[in-house]
Unconditional design. Structure first.
Length: 426
């Protein structure tokens, strides 16, 4: 009796879904492959045959990155209908801009003239930059995270110093806002900015590095001879990735000053070039409002420098006066979709304009003087009552800006297309 029921069940399955069952017998996959030409394209190829003409071949793929919802895309393959076909689909990366190390899950759907359909098992494409012989160094971080660093020029000590700088930056970030990475992070160290540009589709002339926040990946050019700069720049971009992970949400976004200010603050003491920009703006009463710095920064070099310097100072003010917990509360409210004013008011009791007023109030009572990369605190100075001092400091600040731009080989940071991008120079 049991055997008879099984036979009846099998017969019903054949009647209800003849195409799927027939596909296993009639559509045969001979070969499937993907040829990667990093960074410009990936070519997917398929060879299949059936007892009748194959009339439809499509590639389905899913990019493995942070998404608000699972997104599956499809590509219509190029082929000539026949009982045996060779199909291909070319993925032009000018429309995608995948970073090195990206992973893409893909599978094929094939249909023949008899209506039989067949889907291949999912496979993973690793979009790797094979122009260099990469070495790797992996380290774990608290709460189960993982940090992987890839490089091809410089010794083990070079990579270890960069890894140590990353770990120290993550520890400082945890101390300041109470969080660690929530996803694995990949860092690709190119040996020069020209090598980095060769790994990008549309690089800007000033590009020195890019943080692909949705992919938790950094690609940056750090020659071994510029290790000190590289460590600061790497911590800056690493901070962006962690903050992006913590606040990832379809409901809201961070004000730019907070995003960049946290990254600047986590680098360590403010660089003399940025410090002099801030001091000159204070002296000449040319500060930018906090509300203006909620939006993308100006492209003018002087305003770029000041925008980052002020962003650092805003974060320094909040942490110094109100502590770590409130910054994390602020990030949480932004993740939940609160407006800038709503979030600040709930956490601190004042809105954006209130932050602006309180921050400016601290500038009236003290300033920081930068001389040859060092800083000294001068408290209780009333600028309006010292016109001679104002003139001297203004001249000094202007000289420092020029000196820094010409000789320090410093680099500053800009925002572009949702990714944080490092520029070559001021």
């Amino acid at each position: 009796m049991i055997k008879r029921i099984a036979l009846i069940t099998s017969a019903l399955l054949l009647l209800l879904s003849p195409s799927l069952v027939a596909a296993e017998d009639d559509i045969v996959i001979i070969a499937s492959d993907v040829d990667i030409n990093f960074p410009s394209q990936a070519v997917f190829t398929l060879e299949a045959e059936s007892s009748v003409d194959i009339v439809d071949v499509r590639l389905y793929y899913r990019v493995n990155k942070m998404n608000y919802a699972e997104v599956v895309s499809e590509g219509w393959a190029d082929f000539t209908p026949a009982s045996k076909v060779e199909a291909n689909w070319v993925w032009d990366m000018r429309n995608a801009s995948l970073p090195p190390g990206s992973e893409v899950t893909y599978w094929w759907m094939i249909e023949d003239a008899a209506g039989n359909r067949f889907e291949t098992s999912p496979e993973i494409m690793h979009f790797d930059d094979e122009h260099h012989l990469w070495q790797s160094l992996t380290s774990t971080v608290p709460q189960g995270g993982e940090l992987s660093l890839f490089w091809y020029e410089g010794g083990d000590s070079f990579a270890q110093e960069l890894m140590d700088a990353c770990q120290e930056g993550l520890a400082r970030l945890n101390q300041d806002i109470g969080t660690y990475p929530e996803r694995p992070i990949k860092i690709y160290i190119y040996a020069s900015s020209s090598d980095l540009k060769g790994a990008m589709i549309f690089p800007q002339e000033w590009t020195g590095g890019v943080a692909f926040t949705a992919f938790s990946t950094i690609a940056i050019g750090i020659p071994p001879s510029e290790l000190d700069w590289g460590k600061r720049a790497l911590v800056h971009e690493l901070t962006h990735l962690v903050v992006h992970q913590v606040t990832f949400s379809p409901y809201g976004q961070l004000p730019i000053w907070l995003d960049e200010g946290l990254a600047m603050y986590n680098e360590g003491e403010l660089d003399p070039v940025f410090r002099s920009c801030l001091e000159e703006a204070i002296l000449e009463d040319e500060l930018i409002s906090v509300r203006s710095l909620c939006s993308p920064f100006s492209a003018e070099s002087e305003k770029v420098c000041l925008s980052y310097a002020q962003s650092y100072s805003f974060v320094d003010y909040l942490l110094d006066n109100y502590g770590q917990d409130k910054v994390l509360d602020l990030l949480t409210l932004f993740k939940q979709g609160s407006t800038y004013d709503e979030a600040l008011t709930e956490v601190y009791g004042f809105d954006i304009d209130g932050l602006d007023a309180r921050w400016r109030g601290t500038l009236a009572s003290h300033t920081v003087l930068s001389v040859s990369g060092s800083s000294e605190q001068s408290e209780g100075i009333a600028w309006q009552s010292h016109p001679a001092l104002i003139a001297v400091l203004a001249a000094l600040a202007a000289a420092l800006v020029l000196w820094g731009a010409l000789t320090l080989k410093k680099r500053t940071w800009r925002r572009s297309s949702g990714n944080s991008t490092i520029g070559d120079k001021l």
